[in-house]
Each structure stands twice: as structure tokens, then as C-alpha cells.
Write a new protein. Structure first.
Length: 719
């Protein structure tokens, strides 16, 4: 049995002959003084164990596996690849209700049929019970579903038949969706779109990886839609993975509008029973298309024909705690197991995927132009040096905002800092509000009247005095979206402003309300964080202002330039998507910065190719594989000691190159010091062998129990 424990081992239990278990079924087993829900992982013949030494399984919960064979293979691969305990991986792939051991049949539709005795019954036997006889006659013809009971037939009669052992309840899984007779028609494709759709069609029925590199507004979604249309006629299923929960309703709506088949969504905002419903609809084939966030990857499918990963570069595809998998990479593995193609789409592909496309491992499908022939928005740098700024905005920025508003257009202002101000500052001594538990400042939130640490989530009331000198003159330092909104309202009192960030969209349904607000046109300003960058199509936005990215230009993380280039391109891509031309103003104190120059002059595609060359020269991913060990403890010395010990062991593997131990860029979080050791290797197999050995060694160290530590394979976040 694989049990949900942080242990890299399996456990043996005794199943008796009356328990027809299969691999992938759930069991309830005793473990110490608790009971656990586990997954049957291997079944050994009776004689290979001393049966009297084994504890019996308390209950076998499934007659058919909740994790079908293909998922077991995917998850066992994942557990090995990410070096995460199998039991935790298996259990985390199941909807919560199944993890809790609920009965699957309680959630499936029911029907009633005759038992063998019922079928053999002589008609005369019921002649004195007219209603029962009628029901029996009907059951002789067909099963009766739960929904028809009470309407056409009496529940009492049914109960009487069941009590006599003549009828029984059966679970009827939903049936597969009805395939449309002809493919849904769509827009007339551009030449590049048509090529992409053809290439995807040609890949049906086998494993193939395709990278759809389409500039913002190039109509990637239309390519997805038209690729799918013919698959649906063959009654195949499609999985569409989108990076954020915020994107699922929009993507869902586009798929639902196009196809007359069941399209379901899957994300963390669903209730547990909604999730289980989705799981069952995917499994039975009742759902044709599932649009979901990363964990949709683990749904069972009846007949999966295509996987699409939209915004494949997005960081949220990587799980950042616990089982740290990358949904894109595992989806590729899943496609291989399913023998189906996978399409990775993005205007700003990750360097990993681009590398594979340029290498011809993936089929490369470029969409170099916008779909309706609109020009890509031009960038204009606004040099902030020696300028008098009004609320962080240069005078020429304000002039252009005014101009666009006067023309009845919408303007978007992007600032990747939520809250009112990144810190409160003492006017007299310069003291800044800091988090007690993190090496970070606390953000001032004016509306909620709190200081919030964006790293550990701790919040507290706003102090009346400086903790250092006692002065009462505390003022906000720097600007966040909350303040920008307030300031813009001063400057443009007659203009409606919408703010999109994590704070303004916290309430359920708030995001949709705000998006609808924006779509209802009218001249207005849209202020927001990176949430604005994600896949939105606001045709009336003609100007995008990137208020401040200077902080991100000088980061120590080797992925920072890639991520900044992606963010800038995606944000910029929101401008000029309708019939009016768009423009982007990028405010900066460093107009000569090489990255900014490259992006604005040559665009992301060119930046990415030169960034790849740089990665090759510096032997960074994707040219080498990276694994990250991190350690956290209340004392920095413990982290350092543990990682030093680990580094000594790691040095014995010639295939590994080490960087560290070093303190993490965010040196302390939630009261714990954070250190890391980066391992690089050109040889993936050698890396994984080394990791296995290292993990075995680590488990024997007493020090490993005094600290918190993790291994992250292919990490995307080095902070
Ligand atoms: N062949 C076409 N002819 C005309 N309009 C099209 C065509 N294909 C797509 N469009 C339109 O172009 C707009 C942008 O398309 P879409 O949102 O799919 O782009 P995208 O590539 O996903 O963009 P982004 O990456 O910026 O989110 C949509 O309004 C869509 O209806
Ligand atoms: Zn904190």
C-alpha cells in the first residue's frame, strides 16, 4: 500500500480473498494508533509473506480503481522524478472527498433493476399488489433511473420489491457525451493559424509536442478551438490547462460559446463535491472539455485526445510547496502515456520550451502577426531621470493618458505592487516598518488599515509612532496600486477607475464583476498588477503605461530577465487589440538598460533567442539541469551546517556542480532563516541517481530532523 506519509517506502497489509482489490483502489488501514486511507500499489501472492505478521486491511473502498493504470504510471513517474513520497503524490491527485475515504457511489447517479429472483418471478405472484406489479412489469423492460422515481413510479412499491429481494439499486456511471455530427465552424483562419491547425490535426492519435508561439492577440485561442472541433466529432476529450483560476471562467466561456458539448471547469474555487463531480464526468466521458488549473492534469479521462497548456511559460504552473511538480512537464509525460499530442501555447514561451522547439524536439508553430492584422503596440521609453513626477507619473505620460481618455479610449496602468505603499517610513529618522519574522518590509494597506507582510501574510495594526525614535510622523514610502488608484482619482476626478489586484478580487465573483465593468467600455482607467497581463482581451485599451519596473532590472536570479521580458510583453500585448492602434509607455530611470532596449527594439522572440545563447554560455538551464536543496531553521547556523554537510556528500558525484550553501535572497521568512544549495548537471540520469543517494544519506542524519528541508527538482523560484 502507498500511504499518505512523508516516507519513501510502501507498507504491507493483508487482503483476504473476499476483497478483490486492484492496483489503484483505496483501502482503509490501521497505522499506529490511527487509520489511514491508502492506495493499493502492488498485490503479492499469498505465500510470499508471513501472513501472521501482517495487519489486515480494514476495508477495501473501491471495486474499480480510483486511480486507473495510466494515472498510476504517471504519478509513479512523478514521485520518482520529483523525489517525493509516492503515497503523498497518489493521494494528492485525488479529490478531497476521495482522499477522505468517501464512497464513490454516493456521488454517482443511481438506477434500479430486477434481481435474478425478480426476473424469474411469475407474473401471477404480484397479482394482489397492483402498483408493485406495474413497476415489476416496467423493470422487466428496462432499468429505472432515480430521477424517474417519484414522478412515474412509486418509491413505496420499489422499496417493497427491494425488501422482497426482487429489485436492487445499481450505480450507473454517466454516459459519454454525444459527439456533434459536424465540426463547429469558426473564424476564417489566417495563413499562419491554418498551418498551425493542420499541424495539430496531423498529430492526432500519437504523442507529439507542439509549441504554438503566437504574439499577443495572434488568435491562439482560435487555433485551439478549431483544432478541437474535429476531435469532438470523434467523441474524444480535451484537457485545457490555464495558469490561473481567474482565467478559467473566461476560457470556459469561449469554449462553451463555440461547442455544443459539456465543457467543465476545474480549479481551487470549486467546492469539494463540485470537484468530485468534475472527476466523475471526466472519467465517464460525460465531459468533453475540461478547462482547469494545474491539478486538472491528474483527472482520469475516458478518452483523452489532446492536451493544451495555455500560457505555458506561466510560473503558476509550478507547484511551489509540498509536491513541487511542474504541470507543463508532467502534462507532456501524460500525453506520452496517452499517445496523444500536447500543444504548448504562449506569446512568450519559456526558454525551456523554446529551446526544445528550436532543437526540433517540438514542432514549432509560429504566429508572428496579430489575427486581424492589427499592429503590435509600439514601446516608448519615458526617461524618469531628472523629471518632476506627479504621483510617480511623468508629465508626458499624463499628457498621453489624458489624450486617450479624451478620445473615449481606455488606458491601463500596470504596477506590480499591491497595497498602498511598500512600507511606512519615519520622517525624522528614516526607520521603515519591517516584518518581525521576515527579512522584508511590511506593505501599508490603507483601506484595511493594516501593515501586511506579503511574504508570510502576517498583518498588524498601523503603529502610531516610530519604533526607533518615537516620532509620530510616519508617511507612506513608494507607491502601490491602491495609492495609484487614489492618486489617479485626484488627477481624473470624472473618470471611473477599476483596480485589478489580489486585494480587489479577493471576494468570490469580484474578478468577474470587475472584468465585466471593464468590458462595458466607456472612457476609464484600469490599474492593476500582473493580473492585468494574463490573457485579457480589452479591445478598447489603446494605451498601456508600465509605471515602474526598475526594481526588477537588477535581480540576482538568473530567470529574472526572462520573467521580466515575459511580463512586459504580456502587459504590452493588452494594447491595441481592437480596431484602434495601441501604444506602451515604459517609465524607467534606466532607459539605456540592455534588456529594455532589446525588448522594445526587437521584441520577445529576439530577446528569448539571445537569452538562450547566454544561458548556453553560462551553462544554466535548459543547458544543464538544476535541483535545489533548501533548509530552514530558527538559527542560520543550522541551515548552513546541514547544507555544508550535504555539499560535502554531493561533491563526491563528479557529474554535479555545486553553488552554495548560500543564504536565499529572502533570507528570513516567517521566523525561519533560509539557505540553499544549487546542484547543476548536464546529465539528467546522473543527477537523479545522485539525488537518490543524497536523500538516503540525509534521512540518516539526526540534524535532518532539527531543521526543515526540501528538494526542488527543476525549480523556477530561487527566492
Ligand atoms: N482568424 C481570425 N480572424 C479575425 N479575428 C481573429 C482571428 N483569430 C482570432 N481573432 C480574434 O483576435 C482576438 C485575439 O485572439 P486571442 O484572444 O485568441 O489571442 P491570443 O493569441 O490568445 O492572445 P494573448 O496571447 O494576447 O492572450 C480575438 O478577438 C479573436 O476573436
Ligand atoms: Zn513576514
Amino acid at each position: 500500500m502507498a500511504l499518505p506519509l512523508p516516507l519513501r517506502q510502501h507498507f504491507d497489509y493483508l487482503l483476504d480473498a473476499s476483497q478483490p482489490a486492484q492496483v489503484g483502489c483505496r483501502v482503509r488501514v490501521p497505522f499506529g494508533n490511527r487509520t489511514l486511507i491508502g492506495i493499493v500499489w502492488q498485490i503479492a501472492p499469498d505465500d510470499s509473506f508471513a501472513a501472521d505478521k501482517l495487519k489486515p486491511v480494514q476495508a477495501l473502498l473501491d471495486t474499480t480503481p480510483v486511480l486507473p493504470e495510466l494515472l498510476c504510471r504517471l504519478l509513479s513517474f512523478a514521485a520518482e522524478y520529483y523525489h517525493h513520497p509516492l503515497g503523498e503524490v497518489l493521494i494528492s491527485a485525488l479529490p478531497l472527498l476521495l482522499r477522505e475515504g468517501r464512497n464513490l457511489s454516493d456521488y454517482q447517479p443511481k438506477a434500479y433493476q430486477l434481481t435474478a429472483a425478480g426476473r424469474a418471478l411469475d407474473a401471477s405472484a404480484l397479482k394482489r399488489a397492483r402498483k408493485q406489479s406495474e413497476l415489476w412489469q416496467a423493470l422487466l423492460q428496462h432499468r429505472i433511473s432515480e430521477s424517474l422515481l417519484g414522478q412515474q413510479y412509486s418509491r413505496t412499491s420499489l422499496k417493497q420489491l427491494m425488501d422482497k429481494g426482487l429489485a436492487e439499486e445499481v450505480v450507473v456511471p454517466a454516459s459519454p457525451y454525444t459527439a456533434p455530427a459536424t465540426p463547429a465552424s469558426g473564424l476564417k483562419l489566417t495563413a499562419a493559424q491554418a498551418l498551425a491547425v493542420t499541424a495539430i490535426h496531423q498529430a492526432f492519435g500519437r504523442f507529439e509536442r507542439l509549441l504554438l508561439e503566437g504574439v499577443t492577440g495572434s488568435g491562439k485561442t482560435e487555433v485551439y478551438l478549431q483544432s478541437i472541433a474535429s476531435l469532438l466529432c470523434q467523441q474524444q476529450q480535451v484537457l485545457v490547462i490555464v495558469p490561473e483560476i481567474g482565467l478559467t471562467p473566461q476560457t470556459l466561456a469561449r469554449f462553451q460559446a463555440r461547442f455544443d458539448v459539456p465543457v467543465l471547469c476545474w480549479h481551487s474555487g470549486l467546492s469539494d463535491s463540485e470537484r468530485l463531480h468534475c472527476y466523475l464526468q471526466a472519467q465517464s466521458g460525460a465531459a468533453a472539455i475540461i478547462v482547469g488549473t494545474r491539478s486538472a492534469l491528474f483527472l482520469p479521462f475516458w478518452r483523452l485526445g489532446l492536451i493544451i497548456i495555455d500560457e505555458e511559460h506561466d510560473q503558476s504552473l509550478k507547484q511551489q510547496d509540498g509536491f513541487r511538480y511542474h504541470a507543463r512537464d508532467l502534462a507532456i509525460k501524460r500525453a506520452a502515456l496517452q499517445h496523444c499530442p500536447i500543444v504548448l501555447g504562449s506569446a512568450t514561451p519559456s526558454l525551456e520550451s523554446l529551446h526544445n522547439a528550436l532543437n526540433k524536439r517540438y514542432i514549432h508553430l509560429p504566429l508572428p502577426d496579430r489575427a486581424a492584422g492589427q499592429a503590435l503596440p509600439g514601446f516608448e521609453l519615458v526617461n524618469l531621470k531628472q523629471q518632476v513626477l506627479q504621483y510617480g507619473l511623468a508629465s508626458q505620460t499624463l499628457a498621453q493618458v489624458r489624450q486617450q481618455l479624451a478620445a473615449g479610449h481606455q488606458v491601463m496602468l500596470f504596477l506590480n505592487r499591491r497595497g498602498f505603499a511598500p512600507a511606512l517610513c519615519c520622517d525624522e529618522c528614516g526607520w521603515l516598518t519591517e516584518c518581525q519574522r521576515c527579512s522584508a518590509f511590511t506593505t501599508y494597506h490603507k483601506q484595511s488599515r493594516q501593515l501586511v507582510c506579503h511574504h508570510c501574510g502576517a498583518s498588524k495594526a498601523i503603529p502610531r509612532q516610530c519604533a526607533n525614535c518615537g516620532s509620530t510622523k510616519l508617511t507612506p514610502l513608494g507607491q502601490g496600486t491602491e495609492q495609484l488608484e487614489e492618486n489617479l482619482q485626484q488627477l481624473f476626478p470624472a473618470t471611473a477607475i477599476t483596480r485589478l489586484d489580489r486585494d480587489s478580487t479577493r471576494r468570490k465573483g469580484a474578478l468577474n464583476t470587475l472584468l465585466e465593468d471593464i468590458h462595458q467600455h466607456g472612457a476609464r482607467l484600469i490599474v492593476g498588477t500582473q493580473m492585468l497581463a494574463k490573457g485579457h482581451h480589452f479591445p478598447n485599451v489603446t494605451l498601456v503605461v508600465i509605471v515602474d519596473v526598475d526594481g526588477a532590472l537588477y535581480s540576482s536570479d538568473f530567470r529574472a530577465p526572462e520573467q521580466l521580458a515575459q511580463l512586459l510583453t504580456q502587459v504590452a500585448g493588452r494594447a491595441g487589440r481592437g480596431d484602434k492602434a495601441g501604444k506602451v509607455l515604459l517609465q524607467t530611470h534606466y532607459p539605456e538598460h540592455a534588456l529594455l532596449q532589446d525588448i522594445i527594439q526587437n521584441g520577445y522572440a529576439s530577446f528569448a533567442r539571445s537569452a538562450l545563447m547566454e544561458r548556453e554560455q553560462t551553462r544554466l538551464p535548459p543547458y544543464q539541469h538544476l535541483s535545489l536543496f533548501s533548509a530552514q531553521a530558527h538559527q542560520a547556523a543550522l541551515c548552513q551546517q546541514w547544507l555544508t554537510q550535504l555539499a560535502e556528500q554531493a561533491r563526491q558525484f563528479p557529474a554535479l556542480q555545486l553553488l552554495g550553501p548560500i543564504p536565499a535572497p529572502l533570507e528570513r521568512r516567517a521566523g525561519l532563516y533560509r539557505w540553499q544549495l544549487q546542484l547543476y548537471s548536464a546529465n539528467r540520469t546522473a543527477m537523479h541517481q545522485a539525488l537518490s543517494t543524497l536523500l538516503d544519506t540525509i534521512s540518516q542524519w539526526p540534524l535532518s530532523r532539527k531543521i526543515k528541508w526540501q528538494l526542488d527538482v527543476d525549480p523556477t523560484d530561487l527566492t
